[in-house]
Design a protein around this ligand. Structure first.
Ligand code: GAL
Ligand code: MG
Length: 977
């Protein structure tokens, strides 16, 4: 760069010019150039300037590409804000202090590229990219999650070394439309590469492959010399079958005098017999190769695609894939990694999708921007329906921007570039115009472009439904609300006014211990025409691995410093506020169905069962009625095993023969066992696994565990014994050799994120539930029996609690009763809590499990005999909160390695939790690493436990899962092993 002339890329200040979406950038296209390219990934010289117009100094450090500098040792650290912009300026302005990364490196341009067209591709950079080569201005790009390509043919000399400088400006006019709920970073987030083509090249390839086998491939041909050479033509091949030129298309063009010779368009066709159609259940792909020939037949360029034959359409209020009304079992997914922030590898993405597949998901919304290109290849291959979303979210200034003509070009540009890149993926079934940007003319303009360019897919945009779901606006073919209460969805579906499919773009907010009522939602969705599913918010907990000592992101060096959802000692999962920000949105960034290391949270098991492809419909005299709940496949890819769990016996198993069922069919199969006379309550489970290796799961992977109860429990009779004394201390508290505290009344839990953000926790604190004063009212001692009456007092009123301890054969019967005044109409729990001596480290139980479950999130935890070490019962939610509960527990033992310990039998299935933490311990910690485990166990037995709901962002649990005021009774027996 010379000192004499100002650099035009800087002088124009493109970072405050929304009209400038790019300069010198090549049009987006669907030709994959990754093969044969020279990778420029690796360490680049780097310096971080305080502003884009600050002078570039002499002092270089280095930065890894792809990667954000906010995770690579600079003082510009990650920052989390949900809606609010991180600066006060109104669009399109930005603050003067605007971190700008300058990346530079030498590139040896291969000598054999002489005479070829040379292109630089920057995979993604946020938020403005300025490109210089050997000091010359080459181009500008915005749109942080799509690649930018620049033709360097006239700038670089093959066989020589050249210097590429990529300047990345963090805050820009574009930041105002990239205000998604995630960490703010800066840098180059996807790979950089250099490739070469013949001057005559394929500029784009557009594939239309229908479920009847009709294939159409439109090719766009260009020559860097301008005019196309005489005699070029294209050919194509689909898994060995040759495509034909569409003579009709050529003739029409030739005869149309408006079409110039420069057009450079050609169309190939094929009719594929007996086509294997693509669906998320049957992701059948074909290999398509398109070749561009010179007049002499030699190949100038080629492009390879994996394509799928399928149709997407909306008929009435149904979204159909290949004519079937499919359920959308979706999740919202960001490109996220705890070490890199945004950069994800192919292996990372594959692991994400494999996990989703194993847990029954069939759809992904690429919230809230086009994801890494490899994600779509994987979705095609593994089988997912994708809602592809453009990088537009102007949440903080939504209303100003939606109709601002200065941003018109950016809206259309972002949507169009996404469509141009991803149009050939069978997985992409819907285009989304973006997220939370109000609704304005800019959206309609973008929707118009898509409808013209790609009439084969619906368009959606949540914000367009200004006049209600019956009229989701010009810009949306789908009513796709977020966090709509289930009763509203049902009312809409039954109103007679529904015009469009109702598929929630976000629902069931997975923050902390959450996703209550998911099974209720799905029961309603499956039973109600017009409802087709939705996308859970979201896949990831975006915790960044952080060193506790210096507060820095661990970065790429942190590989391996985590596991099972937990950061290694000396580290933690950072959320908003942990990098010293004063303005932030805290743990709202940790709202995924997986931990930052991709460890599944318990909700995943709930989802897996809700999505079960094979179900037990009922148990009749003749046997068990099974059904196939898929849309396109039989059951031949599955194997089964019957398991009969007897409450007072063991578990019997027998191989299961799955019937040959087409989608939607049912059949009765004989009961595989003689039900033994004794053994008490009996549950039959069909353990369904993959019968062969699938691309996403080895043979034998559990797919679902449907079950049915064969016999109820019979009431237990207790025989009191008067000769054994029951002892309580002067406070009326039980004296027992294995208990160090309690049992006493508990009405409180460590607030979940839902409890906090939904306002329940505040009410509980107002009522004093976290610190009630216990006052003994009466203690009555009889032979073999003690009754204790205590009042629990707080600002919310007095709760009377009665306990009767009776010596019975083999142990102690505890009968309890609590009476909650009318004011306490929504408490966290009513139950007993006690603590045990150290050393009881194994929990074995008969009830739901083995994973964590709650009253409104227990559909996926089968009843059976389960056992886990106490330390593994707890779920390490990023912000400590109520955790580790097990629903429907009938009895349990807590034992030491020498088999001593205690056994508890409950009067009926109850919520139980056994952890190393008191509720108060959990409530006072902000991060998991602050928790100190107690040596003994903290045991809760709940007569009633409040559902989890999703009130951190959306509806609370249903009334039926609340703990009401009034009288609660429960009883249990305690036995020493
Ligand atoms: C939605 C939004 C998401 C996220 C979520 C809450 O409103 O679209 O980006 O903020 O709420 O976690
Ligand atoms: Mg938002």
């Amino acid at each position: 760069m010379t000192d004499a002339l100002p650099d035009p890329l800087i002088a124009l200040r493109p970072w405050e010019a929304p009209e400038v979406t790019s300069w010198g950038r090549l049009p987006m296209n669907a030709v994959d150039r990754r093969a044969g390219a020279v990778s420029l990934d690796g360490d680049w010289r780097f310096q971080l300037l305080p502003a884009p117009d600050a002078p570039v100094g002499e002092g270089w450090s280095s930065a890894y590409v792809p990667g954000v500098w906010t995770m690579q040792g600079t003082d510009d650290l990650p920052r989390y804000l949900n809606v609010r912009m991180p600066f006060a300026q109104f669009p399109p302005a930005v603050p003067a202090a605007d971190p700008t990364g300058v990346y530079e490196r030498a590139v040896d341009v291969p000598a054999e590229w002489a005479g070829r067209r040379i292109v630089l591709q920057v995979g993604a950079a946020e938020s403005v990219l300025l490109v210089h080569v050997d000091g010359l201005p080459v181009g500008i790009s915005k749109d942080s999650h799509l690649a930018a390509e620049f033709d360097l043919s006239g700038v670089v000399r093959p066989g020589e070394r050249t210097t590429v400088r990529l300047t990345v400006v963090k805050w820009s006019d574009a930041s105002h439309i990239e205000d998604q709920d995630q960490w703010w970073h800066g840098g180059i987030t996807r790979s950089v590469l250099l490739y070469a083509t013949d001057p005559l090249y394929l500029a784009d390839v557009t594939v239309r492959a229908r479920r009847d086998g009709d294939l159409r491939v439109d090719c766009l041909v260009r020559d860097s010399g301008g005019a196309l050479p005489e005699g070029w033509y294209v050919s194509g091949e689909l898994d060995g079958q040759l495509l034909t030129q569409d003579a009709e298309f050529d003739r029409a063009n030739a005869e149309d005098e408006r079409v110039s010779g420069f057009l450079g368009e050609a169309r190939l066709r094929a009719a594929v017999p007996d086509v294997r159609t693509w669906t998320a259940e049957t992701p059948e792909l074909y290999g398509l190769t398109v070749r561009l020939h010179r007049a002499d037949g030699t190949v100038a360029d080629r492009s390879h695609h994996r394509i799928g034959f399928r149709d997407v359409e909306i008929t009435g209020r149904d979204l159909l894939v290949n004519g079937e009304r499919v359920f959308i079992r979706g999740v919202n997914r960001h490109d996220f990694h705890p070490l890199t922030g945004r950069t994800v590898s192919y292996d990372d993405m594959r692991a994400d999708l494999v996990l989703l597949k194993r847990f029954g998901f069939n759809a992904i919304r690429t919230a809230h921007y086009p994801n890494d290109p490899a994600l779509y290849d994987l979705a095609d291959e593994l089988g997912f329906y994708v809602v592809d979303e453009a990088d537009i979210e102007s949440h903080d200034h939504a209303h100003e921007i939606a109709d601002d003509p200065r941003y018109l070009g950016a809206f259309v540009d972002r949507v169009a570039r996404m469509v141009l890149r991803d149009k050939n993926h069978p997985s992409v079934i819907i285009w989304s115009l973006g997220n939370e940007s109000d609704y304005g003319a800019n959206h309609d303009a973008a929707a118009g472009w898509v409808r013209r360019h790609d009439p084969t897919r619906p368009v959606q945009y949540e914000g367009a439904a200004k006049r209600g779901w019956a009229d989701p606006g010009l810009a949306s073919d789908i009513a796709c609300p977020m966090y709509a209460p289930l009763q509203d969805c049902l009312a809409h579906a039954m109103s007679g006014t529904q015009t469009k499919p109702l598929i929630q773009c976000e629902y069931s907010h997975a923050m902390g211990n959450s996703n209550g009522t998911l099974a209720d939602h799905w029961a309603a969705i499956e039973a109600t025409p017009g409802l087709q599913g939705g996308f859970i918010w979201e896949f990831w907990d975006h915790g960044i691995l952080q060193r506790v000592n210096d507060g820095r992101p661990a970065g790429r060096g942190g590989a391996g410093l985590y596991g099972n959802g937990v950061a290694a000692p000396g580290h933690r999962w950072a959320y908003g506020g942990d990098f010293g920000e004063t303005d932030h949105d805290g743990a709202f960034i940790a709202d995924g169905v997986v931990f930052p290391d991709r460890t599944p949270k318990p909700v995943m098991f709930e989802h897996r069962e809700i999505a079960a492809p094979v179900r037990i419909e009922c148990f009749r005299h003749e046997g068990v009625v099974l059904s196939n709940h898929q849309h396109f496949r039989g059951l031949d890819w599955l194997s089964g095993e019957w398991q009969l769990a007897l409450a007072d016996g063991g578990t019997l198993t027998a191989p299961a023969e799955l019937p040959d069922l087409r989608p939607g069919e049912t059949a009765a199969v004989p009961l595989p066992f003689e039900l033994p006379e004794d053994g008490g309550e009996a549950w039959l489970t069909l353990r369904v696994t993959t019968s062969r290796d699938e691309p996403w799961a080895p043979r034998g992977t559990v797919v679902c565990l449907p079950q049915v109860r064969l016999r109820h429990a019979s009431p237990v009779k207790h025989a009191p014994v008067t000769h054994r004394a029951v002892e309580v201390d002067e406070d009326g508290l039980l004296i027992h050799p294995l208990l160090t505290a309690g049992p006493t009344l508990s009405l409180w839990r460590a607030p979940t994120d839902n409890d906090e953000l939904g306002g329940m926790a505040a009410r509980w604190r107002d009522w004093g539930l976290d610190a009630l004063t216990r006052k003994v009212v009466a203690v009555r001692r009889e032979p073999g029996r003690v009754a204790v009456v205590a009042d629990h007092l707080g600002p919310g009123g007095a709760v009377r609690h009665e306990q009767v301890f009776t010596a019975v054969e083999g142990g102690l019967l505890v009968e309890e009763c609590a009476e909650l005044p009318e004011t306490l109409d929504d408490v966290a729990r009513v139950g007993s809590v006690f603590e045990t001596v150290a050393g009881l480290n194994l929990l074995e139980w008969f009830g739901q499990g083995p994973w964590e479950s709650y009253p409104d999130r227990g559909a996926g935890a089968p009843v059976g005999h389960h056992s886990l070490p106490v330390d593994e019962l707890f779920t390490p939610y990023l912000r400590p909160q109520e955790s580790g509960g097990r629903h429907g527990v009938r009895r349990f033992t807590l034992s030491a390695p020498d088999a001593t310990g205690l056994a508890v039998r409950l009067d009926r299935p109850r919520q139980v939790s056994v952890t190393r933490h008191r509720a108060a311990d959990l409530a006072s910690a902000a991060h998991h690493d602050e928790l100190v485990s107690r040596a003994g166990c903290v045991v809760h037995i709940d007569a009633a436990h409040r559902g989890l709901g999703t009130a951190s962002c959306g509806p609370d649990t249903f009334a039926s899962y609340l703990v009401p005021a009034g009288v609660h009774r429960w009883s249990w027996t305690l036995r020493v092993l």
